[in-house]
Every structure is written in C-alpha cells, then in structure tokens.
Design a protein around this ligand. Structure first.
Ligand code: C5P
Length: 233
C-alpha cells in the first residue's frame, strides 16, 4: 500500500465488469482496494486476479471466524493471491487469531498483514447490549484489540471513535484500519459510528476504508481525489 494514500476503496459489488472498471478508474487515486465477501463469493480467485491487474494492493476482507484449524486453512488458501491484508474476527478468540497469524507467517516475506475485526461500525451500544455484551463499545473494542495484539495480529479494524484509545493502549506500530468513514455531508446509510476522513486520519488511523461515498458517486475517481484533497487541507 502507498503510505501517502491511506484510502482503501471497498468494491462491494457482484458485477465483475463494474469491479474491474472501478479498479482501473481508481488506479493512482487510492492506496488500495478492498475485496469483500460480496465480490469474492461471486467471482472467487479469478475475479480477484482480474481486479488485482489494476496494480493496487488488495485488502481481502473475508472476516474469517471459525475454529483455529479451519481459519488457518482459510488463510493458507488465499496466500497464493498475495493480498496485502486479510482479516479475521477477533471474537473467534486468541487461539484462532494465533493460528491465522502462524498460517500467514508461512508466506515469509510476502506475508499479508493479518488484521482483526473488533466491533462492526454498523453496531452501536444498544446493538451490542442485544448480543448480551455488557459495557460500552469502547471497552469491548479495547478488550478485543488487546487480545488481537497478544495473539500476534498486526492490527485491528475499529471505528474512528476508538483510534486514540487503541493507539495509547497498543502503540503506534499496531495498525488501525478504520471503516465507517463519511466525507462531510454524505449519506451515512447503515453505518452508525462514523467520522470524516480528515478527522480519522488526524486521530492516527493507518488506513481508511471507504466504499459507497466513492463507488456510489457519478465519477468514482473524482470522488476519491476529492477525499484525498480533503486530507491535505
Ligand atoms: O460503503 P461503506 O463506506 O459503508 O463501506 C464500508 C466497508 O467497510 C464495507 O465493505 C464493510 O464491509 C466494511 N466494514 C465495515 N465495518 C467494519 C468492518 C468492515 O463497515 N467494522
């Protein structure tokens, strides 16, 4: 990923042609692309390679969550794709996360970053309570992120609201990937814990995941460039 451009654009589509067109349009305008379950479940490795041809680093957002042996196998299976980042759910526990990190280490130098999803940015405190978790989202995310660090993960996905506290808890080297990013005035849709790109970056986010504000724009490349300009302002 390019350190100057922290934006990973989420290609949430099942349309192969659209994903390829977006990848080409965004080349040189974002730091990387995020391929998630929507695209990968529809097109698998061949679709992945078609998108990767644009030359941008890929965050393979599969959010793996299963027993340790199965998750390790899932990581090993995607190593040949050479993604820059792969993720697992921290709720899968320490042994599962450690198995994921160990499997990634088998790739040696071309190893992807293994990142843990903490609490989805579409959830708020009352959603968390509905799942039986007592305490605040911040406490929950801190606990899960600390567990991820202990298990040897490279960082976590968190909301912009937890950036400061996690950098303080876990240090600058522990990567924070932040979705739920909305440029001022744009539609929040199903995201609940949102922030603007410039605010999230100023707080210390390492990467920003932005989907619909770019992909839903009439000219996605221009929308991405506009966001990059807002970071420098
Ligand atoms: O379109 P939007 O900017 O809301 O896209 C956000 C992307 O980040 C989606 O692809 C979603 O799967 C992902 N994501 C998220 N919240 C998390 C982890 C990933 O929104 N906690």
């Amino acid at each position: 990923m390019t350190s100057e451009n922290p934006i990973f654009c989420a290609l949430d589509t099942t349309e192969l042609g659209r994903a390829i067109a977006l990848a080409r349009d965004l080349e040189g305008k974002v730091g990387g692309l995020k391929i998630g379950m929507e695209f990968f479940n529809a097109h698998g490795p061949s679709g992945y390679y078609a998108v990767a041809e644009a030359g941008l680093p890929i965050f393979l957002d599969l959010k793996l969550h299963d027993i340790p042996n199965t998750v390790a196998g899932g990581i090993r299976a995607v190593l040949p794709l050479k993604p820059a980042i792969v993720n697992v759910h921290t709720a899968g526990g320490k042994a599962m996360m450690r198995a994921a990190a160990d499997a990634a280490n088998e790739a040696g130098g071309a190893r992807p970053l293994i990142i843990g999803v903490t609490m989805l940015t579409s959830l708020d405190a009352s959603d968390l309570a509905d799942t039986g978790v007592t305490g605040t989202p911040s406490d929950h995310v801190r606990r899960l992120a600390a567990l991820a660090a202990e298990a040897g993960l490279d960082g976590v996905v968190c909301s912009a609201h937890e950036i400061e506290i996690l950098k303080r808890d876990l240090g600058r080297g522990f990567k924070l990937i932040v979705p739920g990013i909305r440029p001022a005035g744009s539609d929040v849709a199903d995201q609940k814990r949102v922030m603007t790109p410039a605010e999230a970056l100023a707080l210390g986010a390492d990467m920003l995941v932005i989907g619909r504000p770019i992909t839903g724009a009439g000219r996605p490349g221009d929308a991405a460039q506009e966001i990059v300009r807002s970071l420098a302002a």
